[in-house]
Write a protein that binds this ligand. Structure first.
Ligand SMILES: Cc1ncc(COP(=O)(O)O)c(C=O)c1O
Length: 447
């Protein structure tokens, strides 16, 4: 034994050195590299680690893989596309896939949100939506509207536009330079709604924060109000009953655009294609990513009201570029192929309906954990929920330990601070949900 130890140390050092070059995002790098948790394979509802152990995916990867993992149809579509047309400049040139994917998406989006702009991530989709809002108001002679209203605890990605909207303190505090003219409404976590599945009865008046900003700054200066219908990354804050409808009314009254960031809530998570439909409130733009391609290719998109599109495009001079914005990989052929194959799966397997049918069992299973003393709150809607544990000394410490312990017991999910967010693929069965709930219970009792 005594001789083996130095050898093991040397192996550990060599391994750690092999991991040095990659600077991991949103990860405690030193901790990970000292104790890596590698995943090497995925299929259906499960991941496998390097030791061949199975891990159930309670987070759809990172809210991406609604159709489950290892979908051969998507892989084949991407492979075929790359073999046929790998890349074409998206500026001044087109390929059939991007037009077809936009058309198919427009069939799913609510109202007249049938004009689609492609980006490569949720962050880019959000920044794109902000620029569309500014361009729209300029085109209709209201260029003074440059302010954005966001919300505390919001997550809208990490680029400078989305960062300015962000309501998560840690994401902002090291980057003091941000956009001016962004104000934040109060968040919608309301103590009186603790342990309430679905929309809480309390807190609709929080929407009046938007009216107060109108009163304070003047509607003529406000471009858009941007919210996640359900604040996802911060721990599934379901809106109070009537809240989103009230935001819509205030926006309508004052000519402010309403943008729903549906990067997490889109593609069946709430029981309909989009949360806009589940809550019966149609915004002026939707930002999308993640489930757009089932996570198989990086992609983001903005679904834009035809009215906004036509105003921007229609007021530009003939032959001029109407909107000076876009990415080299906007509408990338491989991403569009993945997206089209993904929409086929959603339709052919009726996954949005399937998620809607499973949601009551899912929410019951998660809310059944409320009896555990460590649990401070549970929230949920559709196929998405969060379990918040009581703070243990430093905020986030217990949540972080929870997430690691779950993984070691065969369950993958994401925690933010002390909230664990559960959003399994929509292919899940009742047995999968029960397996997730059982691992959560066993692990919560050890915290
Ligand atoms: C609501 C919302 N908007 C934007 C983003 C950013 O997406 P991405 O990480 O693809 O840039 C996320 C990511 O989780 C999100 O949840």
């Amino acid at each position: 034994m005594g001789h083996a130890e130095p050898k093991l140390d040397a192996q550990a050092d060599a391994r750690s050195a092999a991991l040095d070059a990659y600077w991991m995002p949103f990860t405690p790098n030193r901790e990970f590299k000292a104790e890596p948790r590698m995943v090497v394979r995925a299929e259906g509802m499960y991941y496998w680690n390097e030791r061949g152990e199975r891990i159930i995916d309670a987070a759809s990867g990172l809210f991406c893989c609604a159709a489950g993992h290892g979908r051969k149809e998507i892989a084949a579509a991407v492979g075929r596309q790359l073999a046929e047309l790998d890349f074409i400049a998206p500026f001044l040139r087109g390929h059939p896939g991007s037009f077809e994917f936009a058309r198919r998406l427009a069939e799913l989006t609510p109202g007249d949100l049938d004009r689609i702009f492609f980006a490569n991530s949720g962050s880019e989709a959000v920044d794109t939506a902000m620029k569309v809002a500014l361009a729209y108001h300029q085109a209709r002679g209201q260029g003074g509207r440059t302010m954005f209203v966001s919300r505390e605890r919001a997550y809208h990605g990490v680029n400078f536009g989305g960062l300015a909207l962000s309501g998560l303190v840690n994401n902002r505090r090291r980057f003091a330079l941000t956009l001016p003219g962004v104000v934040h409404m109060r968040h919608t976590q309301v103590a009186a709604n603790r342990f309430t599945p679905g929309e809480g009865a309390h807190g609709v008046e929080l929407a009046e924060d938007l009216q107060r900003f109108v009163d304070l700054y003047g509607a003529e200066n406000i471009a858009a109000c941007i919210v996640e219908p359900i604040a996802g990354s911060t721990g599934c804050l379901v809106p109070p009953k009537g809240y989103l409808g009230r935001l819509r009314e205030i926006c309508d009254r004052h000519g402010i655009l309403l943008v729903f960031d549906e990067v997490i809530t889109g593609f069946g998570r709430t029981g309909q294609a989009f949360a806009a439909q589940s809550f019966g409130v149609t915004p002026d733009m939707l930002t999308l990513a993640k489930g757009l391609t089932n996570g198989a290719q990086p992609m983001g998109a903005v679904a834009i009201s035809r009215r906004i599109h036509d105003t921007i495009v229609g007021t530009a001079p003939e032959h001029a570029i109407e909107f000076f914005h876009g990415y080299t990989y906007s509408g990338h052929p491989a991403a569009c192929a993945a997206g089209l194959a993904t929409l086929d799966i959603y339709r052919d397997e009726a996954l949005f309906e399937r998620g809607r049918a499973l949601a009551p069992h899912f929410l019951d299973a998660i809310f059944s954990l409320r009896d555990l003393p460590v649990v401070a709150d549970i929230r949920g809607y559709g196929m998405m929920a969060a379990i918040e544990v009581h703070v243990d000394g430093q905020p986030g410490r217990r949540g972080h330990a929870f997430q690691k312990r779950l993984f070691d017991r065969g369950l993958h999910l994401k925690t933010t601070g002390d909230a664990a967010i559960i959003a399994p693929p929509l292919i899940a069965t009742r047995d999968h949900v029960d397996e997730i709930a059982a691992i959560l219970r066993r692990t919560l009792t050890t915290l």
